[in-house]
Design a protein around this ligand. Sequence first.
Ligand code: UT7
Length: 329
Amino acid sequence: MKKITAAITAVHGFVPPDILSNSDLEKMVETNDEWIVARTGIKERRIQKTPGLATSDMAVEAVNGLLQKRGITAADIDLIIFCTITGDMIFPSAACILADKIGAKNAFGYDLAAACSGFLFGLETGATFVESGKYKKVLVLGGDKMSSIIDYTDRNTCIIFGDGVGCVLLEPNEDGLGVIDSILKIDGQGRQYLYQTAGGSLKPPTHETIDAREHYVYQDGKAVYKFAVIGMAEVSAQIMERNNLTSDDINWLVPHQANLRIIDATAKRMGLNQEKVMINIDHFGNTTNGTIPLLLWEFENKLKKGDTLVLSAFGGGFTWGAIYLKWAY
Ligand code: UT7
């Protein structure tokens, strides 16, 4: 019997229509377009402004597009893994809410929290379910409504993040296509540099936590940058070495979009020129769990069956990693 791998057989995404540009931010905090572009590469990001809409609502749009493309219904899905740090509520999970909204009556599912590396962790987990032979259609989503936890008076963070959700379908493949290898890591020492203080069991919400603005993202950008620029490049180089891949073998680097300078350093370490690097940070900013699936969605029509991709990320936790996969369609 041939070995079963987990292949991506469909991809889709959704970003809300409202744009938050650098010139909009200039009116909100002391910043300027030149600084933001030079230090991050971001020109604008999408924000879900409509009251009453949450992360699951973006996911519904993304999943419905995917199902239509693949020609299946939500009832065909076996498992939903929703990688997010901004689920609609603390509980129930965004996966439960999504399953209800799309009518995924035959699926089980759960949320996975690994911040900016979440989609890679979800892809590895979903792939393992498919490889087991027990699950045939696994939906892996990555995305966040970052605007719900961003302090728009803090110029250190509000210029960076945007909203959006991407998703992929994993199905069994017997031709050696799909997820081939992964290196995934966590280091909780990094929690001192990137976190949201309140709202969890350590500091439940009180008037004081709200007054102290502790329900927003805090980031020591300089410190995170130092770890990210080394971590993402190193793990990407490691997965190449372990699989005897040269830069010529790689068709695409699909990097988490935190900062264009981190992406450039990773590509340089891998010996890749810019034409092989997927970028959407300029128009979507950092969508946290959404960056990688949204890239696959936007670049879908450039991908060819058999293409070699390295997906790579670094984020809060710290969490980081790289996945080597072969595109299946
Ligand atoms: O996705 C999850 C993982 N996250 C990351 O990988 C993010 C990693 N970090 C970064 O990408 C960068 O550190 C940032 C983009 C967040 C910041 O860039 P930086 O080059 O590290 O800037 P900095 O924080 O060192 O600040 C440099 C200067 C400071 O002024 P002084 O002290 O040199 O006078 C800041 O006060 O720039 C100032 N600054 C700003 N100026 C204009 C900080 N934020 C802004 C701003 N506009 N928005």
